[in-house]
Ligand binder design. Sequence first.
Ligand code: XMP
Ligand code: MG
Length: 181
Amino acid sequence: MSKENMQKNKIKVFPLISKSEIKKKVKDLSQKISQDYKGKELNLILVLKGAFVFGADLIRFLKIPARVYFLRAKSYEKDKSTGKVKIEFSAGKEIEGKNVLILEDILDTSLTLKEIIKFLKKFQPKEIKTCVLLEKKVPKREKIKVDYVGFKIENKFIVGYGIDYDERFRNLPYIGYIKLN
Ligand code: XMP
Ligand code: MG
C-alpha cells in the first residue's frame, strides 16, 4: 500500500449528525417544499457529487411530482477550494421558463452556489430557489439567499451522507467531521 493510502486509512471521523436526525430533517424539508410547490411544476437540480444521497432521500418524501436534473460542480481538490467552479449541465433548454430548485450539500464560502445560479440564469428559468442540507458558520460569507436550510454547523471539514474527503466517506450513513492539519 502506498504511503498516501496508509495515511488516508488512518483518518478518524467524529460523528456530528446521526442517521435519524438527518432523516427527520430531510423529511421536514421535503414536506415544506411539497407545500410551497403545490400546484406548481417543480424542477429539482441536484448538484453532484455531494448532494446525490441528500437528493435521493429528499425526493422520496415529496408529496408532489418533480422532475430531477443533475448538474456537476467541482471546486474542491482534496480539502481545499480551488477558487474556481467547473460546471457541467446538459439540460439547459429544458429549464427555460421553469421553477428551478437547486439541491446542494454544503454552503461554505457560497462561491459554488453563486456560480451555479449565474450559470443557470443564462437559460432563463422562471424562478431559481436554493436548498442546502448544511450551512457552515463562516464569518466572511458573501451574501446569498438560501430558501431552505437543513442544519447550521460549525466550520469543520465534513464527510459522510454523500460528502467526501478526496472521494472517501461518501458511503457513511451519518454526517461527521475530520480533523485535517
Ligand atoms: P463553497 O465554498 O463554494 O463550498 O460554498 C461549497 C462546495 O464545496 C464543497 N465543500 C465541502 N466538501 N467537506 C467536503 O467534503 C466540506 O467540509 C466542504 N465544504 C465545502 C462542497 O462540495 C460544496 O459543493
Ligand atoms: Mg466534494
